[in-house]
Design a protein around this ligand. Structure first.
Ligand code: ADP
Ligand code: MG
Length: 323
């Protein structure tokens, strides 16, 4: 099967919102009047972001999910995406499962594939996603002193699964399955991001670990913060598993260092509390209040008694020198 048959068979569908999709030199999109385009790009490299033997349907899901998560963090509504794909060989079973996972998530968010590039090479998946924002988008830079810090859903389970798959921790089979879902099939918080417009003062998606990602938000906003360990520890889903105590793992380390969570961390004024409770109700996403924005720069962690706790766990940086 040649490149063009492959594109036609696995990656070409009738355009929905786009004026022109796959097949010409460019795709054409018409933004709605009064909207801005929000654009983000994420690359997934075999051996770096996923294991060579990962289920291709999950990989198709995740490749798009990580991009939709960036739109969610900006409060943007997904519109369309492009797919640049390097494939070592034409493996039709793989392509069929990959495209199934990809399009299932794309359809769930009405986000259509409008073009891309296909080449032979080591497996590499690069998606550029395009969304639209109406009015004020969510940015990293709006946090104000006195705002409260929230995170959505659960944190740390994907990191735990990764440690399990790398053989660094031995997890019971059912706990590995449960946490692996979080690693391989993240659910981008698109509806939450849209609902936070006008409520949140700043937002970021948690992809490289809470400490590092909150750090980016604080830096962009020119503020500092204190996080409460007692509010963070329960966010690890695995902590509720009966085998957890015997594993001798620190829940908060997984929550803080994490990575691959694809939840939203955001700030909002105290006056937004009730509205956020309603947002949590109608989106079905748990929102936890985990800290407060302060004028003093830096990120502090305190225990239930208000005593400082060390959080030297670092977030993931592809180019950081080895510790
Ligand atoms: P070009 O000659 O402009 O590089 P190509 O020959 O690479 O275009 O691709 C032909 C058409 O197929 C283009 O519309 C391109 O956007 C689309 N396309 C190529 N690869 C993919 C892919 N993996 N997914 C979706 N569309 C693709
Ligand atoms: Mg090309």
């Amino acid at each position: 099967m040649g490149e063009f048959d492959l594109i036609a068979r696995y990656f070409t569908r009738r355009p929905q919102r786009a004026l022109l999709g796959v097949g010409d030199d460019c795709a054409l999109l018409q933004p709605r009047p009064g909207t801005q385009l929000a654009i983000s790009c994420d690359m997934l490299v075999e051996g770096r972001h996923f294991f060579a033997n990962v289920d291709p349907e999950s990989l198709g899901h995740k490749a798009l999910a990580v991009n939709l998560s960036d739109l969610a963090a900006c409060g943007a509504r997904p519109l369309a995406f492009t797919l640049a794909l390097a494939l070592p060989e034409v493996d039709e079973a793989w392509l069929s499962a990959f495209s199934r996972g990809l399009f299932a998530l794309a359809d769930a968010h009405s986000c259509e594939l409008i073009g891309g590039d296909t080449t032979q090479g080591p497996l590499n998946i690069c998606i550029t996603v395009i969304g639209e924002t109406e009015g004020q988008p969510l940015l990293r830079s709006g946090a104000q002193v006195g705002d409260e810090i929230y995170v959505s859903g659960q944190l740390g389970d994907a990191h735990l699964a990764l440690q399990g798959l790398l053989g660094r921790i031995t997890l019971p089979a059912d706990l590995l399955d449960q946490t692996r879902q979080r690693l391989e099939r993240p659910d981008p918080r698109v509806a939450l991001g849209l609902a936070l417009r006008g409520l949140a003062s700043a937002a970021i998606d948690v992809s490289d670990g809470l400490v590092g990602d909150i750090g980016h938000l604080l830096k962009a906003s020119g503020v500092g913060a204190t996080l409460e360990a007692a509010a963070l520890s329960p966010l690890l889903g695995a902590g509720a598993h009966p085998a957890w105590p015997a594993l001798a793992q620190s829940a908060i380390d997984h929550v803080l260092a994490g990575g691959d969570d694809y939840e939203l961390a955001f700030t909002a004024p105290v006056s937004a509390r009730d509205a956020l409770t309603r947002v949590s109700g109608h989106t079905g996403v748990r929102l936890s209040r985990v800290g407060r924005i302060e004028a003093e720069p830096g990120l502090r962690l305190v225990d239930a008694q208000g005593q400082a706790v060390d959080h030297s766990a670092r977030s993931f940086d592809h180019f950081a020198p080895a510790p």
